[in-house]
Design a protein around this ligand. Structure first.
Ligand code: CTP
Ligand code: ZN
Length: 151
């Protein structure tokens, strides 16, 4: 008896693979998925490379740069495969952006970006592993859960 259960291949869409185990739901959350997308999610599935991983397959969705940047904030080891007619037409790993504009809310309540002024949040990447970002206005540094809470 074959005891392995595999997530089906998709015809057209995007596969987000090698997500750190347990982060898939957070990734889905920030992607703005609605009822029109067919989605398969594997949480804590075995992976040769990193032990356990999460994987998300979204049919008929092709990600924009801002969506890729958001994924990089949550799971910077993820790989993206773009599928057309069952074939992988593009496969890449995420680059950590040098700046994040309008994605993360500054955790400093006194920051100009939280004062009701029309100032969009902006962070620069200080360190990639573990990820640390710094508000360009108030210089507040954020990492780990602090970032996740503010996406
Ligand atoms: N995939 C899919 N539907 C397709 C083609 C590929 O869902 N029509 C998925 C695979 O299941 C895999 C990812 O896209 O999760 C990348 O495919 P592939 O490069 O063939 O897989 P691996 O060789 O396992 O990749 P890696 O070495 O990156 O783990
Ligand atoms: Zn700030």
């Amino acid at each position: 008896m074959d005891k392995t259960l595999k997530i089906s291949k998709i015809k057209d869409g995007t596969v987000i693979d090698h997500i750190d185990a347990g982060k898939a739901l957070k990734v889905l959350n920030i992607l703005g998925i609605d009822e029109s997308n067919s989605i398969s999610i594997g949480i804590r599935v075995m992976s040769g490379k990193i032990g356990y991983k999460d994987v998300i397959k979204i049919e008929n969705k092709f990600l924009e740069k801002i969506e890729l940047d958001k994924i990089a904030l949550i799971a910077n080891r993820a790989t993206i495969s773009i599928i057309k007619n069952y074939e992988i037409i593009e496969k890449f790993s995420l680059d950590m952006p040098e700046t994040f504009k309008g994605i993360v809310k500054c955790d400093n309540q006194n920051c100009i970006t939280n004062a009701g002024e029309p100032v969009r949040s902006e962070f620069s990447t200080v360190e990639t592993n573990p990820l640390t970002i710094k508000c360009i206005y108030c210089k507040k540094e954020m990492s780990g859960d602090e970032i996740l809470r503010n996406i």
